[in-house]
Design a protein around this ligand. Structure first.
Ligand code: ZN
Ligand code: ZN
Length: 302
């Protein structure tokens, strides 16, 4: 099972769960259960609990799924020789985890591994967001944004209702406690709504343009290095979410299409001229942001 042993990440993941459970507590025990409108309580309770369950399930899946780690220490002499590099072909070796990096892989200093199509390392899910778990991460941000919005709407209704009626009748807690609990929930909901919807938008944009967060940083720093041909946006969305559009796209228990194992061709990268090779050897490929890695090219001349 994949699990990153990083103290800060584990603490952030626990805080995330705690905040969702706090919202769950206030929604149920302060707002819905004391309410005398049975239909309102049951419908909102079901919707909120379903969304919260999907959010936490997506969180677990994002945290416990291998984001696409490259086998550690596979950059052995024998392996490189077995690839039978032709002139103009190079392999990139990661000096930190001693693995050969396929195209679009980056080293993460927290996971201590090279991750395929790494987008960023997210402490809130205590894992890298990469090729194999991006779907779960997107679902996590979406469901958190939805429960935040739902909680805010319910708090709004509850305040309206309580101002009209007697405060002592609208909650089983004392009025000051009720107000404090609701204000804290409002604050949490607003903060998370903004944070997760921005993150959701960024992720959807990066999937549609087929460009990870790291690649977008690199392109801004070194525009002339843009050489990779991007795939059509719909194809990229389908690959991330697992096949043609269906309800499964929103299901954190259904994985993206099974990642195909790397073939020999995936390890080798083609450079078009010798000057390109010199470029890859002399320029630092990564922006100064994390993850830093000093790639070097191995070129076999015949
Ligand atoms: Zn590495
Ligand atoms: Zn990582």
């Amino acid at each position: 099972m994949w699990f990153i042993r990083d103290g800060c990440g584990i603490a952030c993941a626990i805080v995330t769960w705690f905040l969702v459970l706090y919202a769950e507590f206030v929604v149920l025990f302060v707002m819905l259960i004391p309410s005398r409108d049975y239909v309102y309580s049951v419908i909102n309770g079901l919707v909120f609990n379903l969304l919260a369950f999907l959010a936490l399930a997506s969180h677990c899946r994002a945290m416990l799924t291998d984001p696409g780690a490259v086998p550690k220490g596979n950059a052995t002499k024998e392996f490189i020789e077995s690839l039978q590099l032709k002139p103009g072909q190079v392999v990139y070796k990661c000096p930190k985890c001693c693995s050969i990096k396929p195209d679009r892989a980056h080293h993460c200093s927290v996971c201590k591994r090279c991750i395929r199509k790494m987008d960023h390392h997210c402490p809130w899910v205590n894992n890298c967001v990469g090729e194999n778990n991006q779907k779960y991460f997107v679902l996590f941000t979406m469901y958190i944004a939805l429960i935040s919005l739902h909680a805010l709407i319910m708090v709004g209704f509850h305040f309206l209702h309580c101002f009209e009626e007697d405060w002592t009748k609208c909650s089983s807690f004392s009025p000051p406690t009720t107000v404090i609990l609701l204000i804290l929930l409002c604050f949490e909901g607003l903060l998370f709504l903004i944070f997760t919807s921005v993150m959701f938008g960024t992720q959807v944009h990066s999937i549609c343009t087929d460009e990870t967060g790291i690649e977008s940083l690199q392109r801004k720093k070194q525009p002339r290095r843009e050489r990779r041909e991007r795939r059509g946006s719909w194809k990229s969305v389908k690959e991330t979410f697992g096949g043609d559009f269906s309800l499964n796209w929103f299901n954190p228990f259904s994985g993206p299409r099974h990642p195909k194992p790397l073939s020999d061709r995936d390890w080798v990268r083609q450079v078009s001229s010798v000057s390109d090779t010199e470029n890859t050897e002399t320029t630092t490929e990564e922006p100064s942001e994390e993850p830093k890695d000093e790639d070097f090219a191995e070129v076999v001349d015949e």
